[in-house]
Design a protein around this ligand. Structure first.
Ligand code: ADP
Length: 418
């Protein structure tokens, strides 16, 4: 029996999932972040504690491991892989100071031209005094995997997209080579590709097989998509979390930076999508979780809501409407909270439909099926309302854990190799 381990370093904590050859979960563990001051130390300790949480008898059965991390969380290391400074996390915007200079070199509207891209962060970090000791730029997932396999300077093309790596030509573009980059940019592999066996000292310390392979990883949001079960062109995952995030598998690559739409390579397909500021955070502002459950049950599904809202916490959206000044529209407010909730759920469903329509107008495959993840996925009333407008069947995601998707990646990577 061979098991596969996926490890997710997400925004709220780290999780591990061990699956068997039939992709069934045999073990899972989690480690939430408390108040963290030293991130690299926290990541390293968390990695070891997740490995220790797997029962020893299962550790021996694990044939491959992969790790996902938050997109555009990067760090600089010295020649031995030691971080030379604190990492820049996914949502750090200090790189915005470099945007003006970068915009003269990167193609217009390129994904790297964002305050949080890995490339703007790298250019900003290079100005720090500690940068003189730096040899490698690594993403969070690359660095954590290097603790297991011992090789530096290796990444995957999901993490490397926001570094400017050309995922179509599978190389760094010429314009990137013109930048004054003083560190080694990672060699980029397909996610799931076996990199090397576990370092012997790690295998011995934790009782893993000597030939357990460490595979190239991915980002946390792609890992969650892999977990969903969506596989075919036209299949999508809607995440009804604090915000509304759509991801659609397509044979064609779709990009439109004005709407924040870009595509990741996923095997022979493209994973395209966008994110709206509408979503569960607006519901949370008006209703408790119990109210959401109880009032949703009371909604009369035989009637459509006449209310036409654009639910936002503050002005501005990018997808499917690109308008930084778009005002929240939450009027008129009916007397009964049930009707107000009905209007909110239906309006968000219409924004979801508009999002998928926009992706299709820009050339994606036709939407055929939607898997649903996030806190709102449990709301069956919302599912009925959404199906009415989406006009395609919806399903719950097979699994919503990024760590499960990353375990699948390790399993598929190994099978491809053999
Ligand atoms: P995050 O994006 O923060 O990870 P989650 O996937 O955990 O979000 O989902 C949390 C959101 O789900 C909250 O904003 C909440 O409003 C929404 N939510 C929770 N329960 C329900 C429900 N029964 N119906 C609709 N939305 C819900």
């Amino acid at each position: 029996m061979t098991f596969y381990l996926g490890i997710d370093f997400g925004t709220s904590g780290a999780r591990g999932v061990v699956i068997d050859e039939e992709a069934r979960i045999v073990s899972q563990m989690r480690h939430p972040w408390a108040l963290v001051t030293d991130w690299v130390n926290c990541w390293e300790k968390t990695l070891w504690s997740l490995l220790e949480a797997i029962s020893e008898e299962w550790r021996r059965e694990i044939g491959a491991i992969a790790i996902d991390g938050t997109s555009s969380t990067i760090l600089l290391t010295d020649a031995a892989g030691q971080p030379v400074d604190t990492p820049l996390l996914y949502n750090d915007t200090r790189g915005s100071l470099m945007l003006k200079d970068l915009s003269h070199i990167a193609p217009p509207n390129h994904t790297v031209l964002s305050a949080t891209s890995s490339l703007t962060k790298l250019l900003w970090m290079q100005q720090l005094p500690t940068a003189s000791q730096a040899r490698y730029l690594l993403h969070q997932a690359d660095w954590l995997a290097s603790l297991l396999h011992g090789k530096l300077g290796i990444s995957d093309y999901h993490n490397a997209l926001k570094l400017g790596y050309d995922v179509e030509k599978l190389q760094y573009p010429e314009w990137l080579k013109k930048l004054p980059i003083q560190v080694h940019l990672p060699q980029v592999l397909a996610p799931g590709t076996p990199i090397a066996e576990l370092r012997p000292e790690i295998a011995a310390r934790f009782g893993f097989r000597r030939n357990c392979l460490v595979c190239a990883g991915t980002t946390d949001s792609i890992a969650a998509f892999l977990a969903s079960g969506a596989k075919l062109p036209g299949e999508a995952v809607t995440s009804l979390g604090s915000t509304l995030v759509l991801k659609l598998l397509s044979r064609t690559r779709v990009e439109d930076s004005q709407y924040g739409i870009y595509s990741h390579k996923l095997g022979d397909l493209w994973l395209t999508g966008g994110a709206s500021n509408t979503g569960g955070a607006v519901l949370k502002k008006f209703f408790s979780n119990d109210e959401l459950i109880n009032l949703s049950r009371e909604i009369d599904l035989s009637k459509e809501s006449e209310l036409d809202y654009y639910p936002l916490l503050k002005e501005g959206d990018r997808f499917p409407i690109n308008d930084p000044h778009l005002p929240p529209r939450l009027e008129p407010r009916p007397d009964h909270p049930r009707e107000f909730l009905h209007g909110l759920l239906a309006s968000m469903a219409k924004i979801e439909v508009r999002g998928y329509e926009l992706l299709q107008q820009l050339g994606s495959d036709k939407l055929i099926r939607v898997y649903t993840a996030g806190g709102g996925a449990a709301n069956s009333t919302w599912t009925v309302i959404r199906e009415r407008y989406l006009k395609v069947p919806t399903f719950s995601s097979v699994n919503t854990e990024a760590a499960y998707g990353t375990a699948l990646l390790a399993m598929r990577g190994i099978r491809k190799e053999n």
